[in-house]
Ligand binder design. Structure first.
Ligand SMILES: CC(C)(COP(=O)(O)OP(=O)(O)OC[C@H]1O[C@@H](n2cnc3c(N)ncnc32)[C@H](O)[C@@H]1OP(=O)(O)O)[C@@H](O)C(=O)NCCC(=O)NCCS
Length: 195
């Protein structure tokens, strides 16, 4: 459980970031059930009880952080540590060396740089906090705002899968993957603030 290895909460210039708690679930549901948010997310939640059950399980509580600004929950962040791929003889060296990260912001607070600020903090947690070597992110290619967040925090777009993702409304569409390595991040942390 990587979050237990870190000290909470953490603060950025404008955000307080900490692991999801049971009291946060109504606000997270309210954000994630908004059509503009659900459009690009893995799931479109419509049943509060089902959502509460899912977000009370370790699969979510071990991977979900919330972002608070002035006491208001403005979005959530995803940080899931995993093993890299490696050949059998060196497989031990691949264990828990990378993470997938993600973000979601209340549309009422969009366009203020909160996703970029939270995502930049995710990288700090991945590399300084957890000592990981690589962080990845994925999005539908049409999700330009999310891809911009990846670029702003210093991730490199590594691939565009041709119609490799099935979207609930758009059908088979292109997906984008991005990554940043710990040493790249150390060499030049980009400023996540708007240009
Ligand atoms: C994607 C999302 C997290 C961005 O949140 P945000 O707090 O508005 O993002 P930021 O303010 O940090 O800025 C993101 C960048 O994208 C740009 N952007 C925002 N909306 C955009 C759009 N519709 N088209 C193109 N660029 C856009 C912003 O201008 C900014 O770039 P800039 O600083 O160079 O101007 C938010 O829109 C969201 O939650 N969307 C729905 C859920 C989602 O897509 N999650 C990610 C799944 S992969």
């Amino acid at each position: 459980m990587p979050f237990q290895r870190l000290t909470w909460p953490v603060r950025t210039e404008r955000l307080l970031v900490r692991p999801l708690g049971a009291d946060d679930i109504p606000a997270v549901f309210a954000i994630r059930s908004r059509p503009a948010v659900a459009r690009w997310m893995t799931a479109c939640p419509d049943d509060y009880d089902e959502f509460t059950r899912a977000f009370s399980e370790p699969a979510r509580t071990d991977t979900t952080l919330v972002m608070l600004h002035g006491g208001a929950l403005v979005g959530d962040l995803y940080l899931a540590v995993s093993d890299a791929w490696g050949q059998h003889e060196v497989a031990a060296g691949t264990k828990r060396t990378q993470a997938e990260i993600g973000w979601c912001v209340d549309p009422s607070y969009a366009g203020q740089g909160f996703a970029s600020e939270g995502a930049a903090e995710l990288l700090r947690l991945c590399f300084d906090g957890l000592g990981l070597r690589r962080a990845t992110a994925a999005a539908f290619a049409a999700n330009t705002a999310s891809i911009r967040v990846m670029e702003k925090i210093g991730m490199t777009i590594e691939g565009r899968g041709r119609r490799d993702c099935l979207h609930r409304d758009l059908g088979w569409v292109d997906g984008v993957t991005a990554a940043v390595l710990a040493d790249e991040w150390r060499a030049g942390r980009p400023d996540p603030k708007p240009r």
